[in-house]
Each structure stands twice: as C-alpha cells, then as structure tokens.
Design a protein around this ligand. Structure first.
Ligand code: NAP
Length: 278
C-alpha cells in the first residue's frame, strides 16, 4: 500500500477505512468488526471515526476491532463543533478514548466549523497534544478561506489534514482547495469517495472503464481519487468482500483515456464552487 508523509514526518496509507453508520445495528456488529479487521490485515490501517457516528457506537466498534493491535492502526476521530471549546474538547476526547479503548488518538479533527472561535479549539487541540492524548490534529469541511484563517492562528505545521467530500460528482476542490493544500503540505482526506455506494457506481462510463480493467466501478473511483499524490481516501465498507475489493483498488492504474472519459462524464470545475459537504 502506498503511503503519504504527514508534515511531521510520520506517514499513513493512502487508503483507509470509514465507519459512518457502523456499530448501529446489533445484528451487523460481528460482520462489521470482521470487515474492519480484514481491512487492517490488508494494510487499510488508517481508521476514520467520530464521536457523532451512532452517538459513539462506531467508536466502540472500532475499539473492538483494534483490540490487541492498537499499534498497527492510525486512529482518526472527530469532535463535534458544539463540543470544541477549551473545556468541551478535552471532555469529548476522553469519552472518545474510553469508547475506542485506547489512551491516544493519532489524529483528532474538528468535524466542521461551528460557532466556537477557532482559536479556542486550536488551543484545546494543542493542550491535548501536550498531554499525550492526541498525536496530531486537523479539521474537516474547511474551505480555502477557513484554512487561511486557521493557519493564521495555528502553530506552523500543526494542522495535519483537512477531510472533505471528494468523488467524481463533487470535484469542486480541484479548482482551489486541493492545490492550495498541496502547496501547504497538508494532505486532503477524501470522504464519501464512493458517493456513498449510490448511483455514482452505476454510471455507464465508470462501468465501461471497470470492464476494461477487469475491475469494479468502486475500484475505478478509488483509483481515480488516488491519482492525486497528496490525497488519502477513506471508503466505508461493512462487508468483507467490499473491503478486499477496495484494498485492490490501490494497485489499479487508470490510463489517460480512462481519465478523459471520467472528465467527459463528470467535468472538472472551471471556477470556484463553495465546498460541498454531507
Ligand atoms: P462511501 O465510503 O463513499 O460509501 C460507502 C458505501 O459504499 C457503503 O454502502 C458500502 O457498502 C459501499 N461500498 C464500499 N465498498 C464498496 C465496493 N468495493 N463496491 C461497492 N460498494 C461498496 O461513503 P461514506 O461512508 O459517506 O464515506 C466514507 C467515510 O468518510 C465515512 O464512513 C466516514 O468515516 C467519513 N465521512 C466523513 C464526513 C465528514 O463530515 N468529515 C462525512 C461523511 C463521511 P457496505 O457498507 O455494505 O460494504
């Protein structure tokens, strides 16, 4: 699995595993845990979760999946904007640590920007880092203007990633945010890279490209996202077969013709678009 260097010299795999909607149905729990474990075995060792997902149920599921192999995993979790105050952030972090069954989160993100001043959240993140409760921090759903404001406040090199929506249907970040982050050395973490498993995966051009490579449309859109050197994608798969297919996507090389066909069906942005989010 290809890896990406973070600004502090650590590195992470370019493909990880999302967990939104996992841990919420008792009958699916074992299959979901097995899917996450299979992903870790295949090198998808970056796991993305959040206190919001299932009100903590996804973090508990992740805790179950990483039992006994915490050191193999790069754990990402998120604080809700209304918790992201000077005192609320450490309280939320402690609750996440408890659910995850660990004493440190590798990357702690502000889930989206809310009304608490950014400086307060940054101070809380820095204090958590000092206390050894988190190793890195970053943000999610920040557009260029938010990122510029953040970098005015944050210590140099402190913001490690920005996690945003990115798939062929939502390419707005290619116009400005993606090149801006590349210039700053801040990788983009692409969420919903499979368009949440919806109509995107039935799009005729993607089906045709997949057929040429003996692959699936899901693998094509993951390979498409990973053509950017500074991008990490975090597909969510609660089925083991999906996890295995996703892991294989990291080796799929799209041709210039494939990329042109995707551009024709899902045109790249020609002007600024407001950041889309789910
Ligand atoms: P996604 O990863 O684009 O799509 C997940 C869906 O695709 C599931 O229904 C899954 O099915 C299906 N799938 C997975 N692998 C497949 C394959 N190889 N072939 C066909 N279908 C496949 O959507 P997402 O969950 O919204 O996004 C991924 C992660 O990003 C989330 O889980 C979450 O961790 C994060 N996220 C963050 C934010 C944010 O605001 N920061 C917002 C949204 C998401 P099965 O589950 O049945 O396998």
């Amino acid at each position: 699995m290809r890896r990406i260097g973070l600004i502090d010299g650590n590195d992470v795999p370019v493909l990880g595993q999302g967990t939104w909607m996992m841990g919420e149905r008792r009958g699916e729990r074992q299959a979901e845990t097995n899917a996450l474990i299979a992903g870790i075995d295949l090198g998808l060792t970056l796991i993305d979760t959040a206190e919001m997902y299932g009100d903590g149920a996804a973090e508990e599921l992740v805790g179950e999946a990483i039992k006994g192999r915490r050191e193999e995993v790069f754990l990402v979790s998120k604080v809700l904007p209304n918790h992201a105050s000077r005192t609320g952030t450490p309280a939320a972090c402690e609750a996440s640590l408890r659910r995850l069954g660990t004493d440190v989160i590798d990357l702690y993100l502000l889930h989206w920007r809310g009304s608490i001043p950014l400086a307060e959240t940054v101070a809380a993140f820095e204090a958590l880092k000092q206390a050894g409760k988190i190793r890195h921090w970053g943000v999610s759903n920040f557009d260029v203007a938010d990122m510029e404001e953040l970098l005015e406040i944050a210590p140099s090199g402190a913001c490690t990633v920005n996690q945003v929506l990115y798939n062929p249907e939502y390419r707005g970040i290619e116009f400005d945010l993606l090149p801006w982050q590349a210039a700053q050395g801040i990788p983009v973490m692409a969420y919903s890279p499979l368009g949440q498993g919806g109509e995107l995966l039935q799009a005729k051009p993607l089906v045709a490209i997949a057929a040429r490579h003996d692959a699936t449309p899901a693998q094509v859109v993951l390979a498409w996202a990973l053509r950017h050197p500074a991008l990490i994608a975090i597909p969510k798969a609660s089925r083991k077969a999906h996890v295995e297919a996703n892991a294989r996507a990291a080796a799929l090389q799209l041709t210039p013709e494939d990329l042109a066909a995707i551009d024709a069906a899902f045109p790249p942005p020609r002007r600024k678009r407001p950041l889309a989010m789910i």
